[in-house]
Design a protein around this ligand. Structure first.
Ligand code: ZN
Ligand code: ZN
Length: 327
């Protein structure tokens, strides 16, 4: 197999030939057909996340087909198309696992961070954390659903059911969630970097009723806002934009420091929460909903060997939607 391997913090990823490995008990081997590029991959590369063990193969929006089954794997078959998400393994017996919060497991493994991921021609996964994807939709179109869609969905549920929803940072996750929220009958307000007219047009094309800079006030108070951008300064902006009792959800794994802000922005029962990871139930819920919504992901393909360019383009905001590596 070949992979783009992170050998030192800061990168670049190295194109590497590796021996093919068979799946252990309870594992599957997946031939990768497409792997989305997520902002979290930049945080892995930049050393923003703790306890990384190098070398590691990034990538946690994996779509591929099972080409080997380990002992004891049930419910999956050879040749089946599956998706591998960020949550790659949980311990199954900590208080969080037992309390329906496996996203907060004390001893988890995360795909493309603490276990090898999908920037490769093949990868090994814990079979219990693979989602069957069926045959509808192309590999490339489905890949961004595995994190941007799925963790975005968890954030959307956490935001509550209010009809007026703000999305801060209009990248891979927001471009999917805007479609879901519009399908639910909500009104979407998209906030981008000030002056980023192209992203604002993109947001309007995907159903946002209003799009503007993050320094602008929306035309009316919001019921909730989700912050996808890794910019802590957006937290007081979003609190300012939500109504009394409104909620602000921080959906990223890493954020720059949040500047201090006056207590009155939080006062009147506004809530500020974060979303961490996903549960398998989130995946089941979202992946069954996605075909009904008719989500159209906007993707830019890159060859696997171009992973460093894809990451650089993501960092610079050079494409709309999501980048997808195709081995
Ligand atoms: Zn656990
Ligand atoms: Zn991700």
């Amino acid at each position: 197999m070949q992979a783009m391997v992170l050998t030192q913090i800061g990168g670049p990823l190295q194109w590497t030939e590796l021996p093919d490995r068979g799946p252990g008990p309870g594992e599957i081997r997946v031939r990768v057909a497409a792997c989305g590029v997520c902002r979290t991959d930049l945080h892995v590369l930049d050393g923003d996340l703790p306890d990384i063990a190098l070398p590691v193969i990034p990538g946690h929006e994996v779509v591929g087909r099972i080409d080997a089954l380990g002992a004891g794997v049930e419910g999956l078959r050879l040749g089946e198309r599956v998706g591998l998400p960020w949550l790659g393994h949980t311990c199954g017996h900590c208080a969080y696992c037992l309390g329906h919060q496996e996203n907060l497991c004390d001893r988890p493994l995360f795909t493309g961070y603490t276990r090898d991921g999908g920037y490769a021609t093949a990868t090994i996964a814990d079979a219990r954390f693979a989602f069957p994807l069926g045959e509808e939709g192309s590999d490339q179109a489905l890949a961004p659903l595995l994190c941007a869609g799925l963790i975005g969905w968890r954030a959307l549920v956490l935001a509550g059911a209010g009809p007026h929803l703000g999305l801060y940072g209009f990248g891979a996750a927001a471009h999917i969630l805007a479609q879901v929220a519009a399908w639910q009958g909500r009104t979407v307000y998209a906030f981008t970097r000030p002056g980023d007219a192209a992203s604002q047009d993109f947001a309007r094309r995907l159903g946002a009723a209003w799009a503007g800079g993050s320094d602008e006030a929306p035309p009316r108070p919001l019921d909730a806002a989700i912050i996808f951008a890794a910019v802590g300064a957006l937290v007081p902006d979003a609190l300012r934009a939500v109504r009394k009792g409104g909620r602000v959800v921080c959906a990223g794994i890493h954020m720059s420091d949040i500047p201090s802000f006056p207590y009155r922005l939080l006062w009147q029962e506004r809530q500020l929460v974060s979303v961490a990871n996903l549960t398998r139930q989130d995946g089941i819920d979202f992946l069954s909903l996605a075909p009904r919504v008719g989500i159209r992901t906007h993707t830019t393909p890159y060859a696997l060997q171009q992973a460093n360019e894809a990451l650089a383009d993501l960092r610079a905001g050079r494409f709309d939607g999501a980048a997808v590596l195709v081995p």
